[in-house]
Design a protein around this ligand. Sequence first.
Ligand code: ADP
Ligand code: MG
Length: 309
Amino acid sequence: MNEFGLIREYFNWPIKDPSVTLGVGDDAALLSLEKGDQVVTTIDTLVEGVHFSASTPAKDIAHKSLAVNLSDIASMGAKAKYFTLAITLPKINKSWLQEFSDSLRQLSGQYEVSLVGGDTTRGPLNITITLIGIVESSKALTRSGARPGDSIYVSGTIGDAGFCLWKLSNGLIPSNQELKRLNCPIPRVELGLVLKNLASACIDVSDGLEQDLSHILKASSVGAIIEVEKIPISEALLDHIKDSNDWSIPLCGGDDYELCFTIPEGNEEVLKKASKSCNVNITRIGVVTEQLGLQIEGFDGPRKSYQHF
Ligand code: ADP
Ligand code: MG
């Protein structure tokens, strides 16, 4: 099997979206957009040994590489539409490729995003997805709209992926449920779309709550106070925190792909309804302040959020 056979076999499935005028197979894709929409685009790379281990199943790698991009588009309040896949493979392993392809196709079908092109090369395993979405002009949710008095919320529970990683690196065996939180994050796509009309700022929690919330604060030129006791934490992690008196996992553990967002006063009831309709829990963890900096009440122990360099 050569490069072109590989693309045909694993990455060229029929596309239903009529706005894909030209997909895989030409020099570039052609996408027909509506007037009044803005294009939103994001890219994420997953590298073996950095973002996943050699033992991570192909289906999970496929899931995560698309899900982390869907999460970025969700945090902008946009609708994800098209993606390209640049894949670097050490060799052609048909069963690995089939599992990767099936999983990618399944998730892309679930979120109605179309694979419209890519690049295939040989080298150390590396997956890069560029995701393209749309949003009505000037309606996108950015990091820079938070104002003093806004409430700070997060979706789901925070720290589960970090807790799983902590277990793995300490020789403990995480449960399947815990592994799922690390390898198969659920992008908060529906929530992002409703927050577009409610939130003043939004970010997805990929590198740790403390660091990611700080990005909102810096971009918005504001500060915040949050309370660790208010952060929504799953039971197992809460037990670990009680034993160790260490909140660094929920504060700094990455890979949760929950949304962290700010809500102007007076929107509490609509927000409650939105949370119900999206079937995702949301929790108020603090408030935006005029005074700059992030004040964390309830923990001042050592911690460090993830950075590549
Ligand atoms: P070019 O030489 O013009 O870059 P390629 O030979 O790399 O074209 O790719 C041929 C076609 O297959 C292009 O339409 C490209 O977008 C698509 N393609 C290549 N690799 C992938 C992939 N991994 N997934 C989806 N489409 C791909
Ligand atoms: Mg190419």
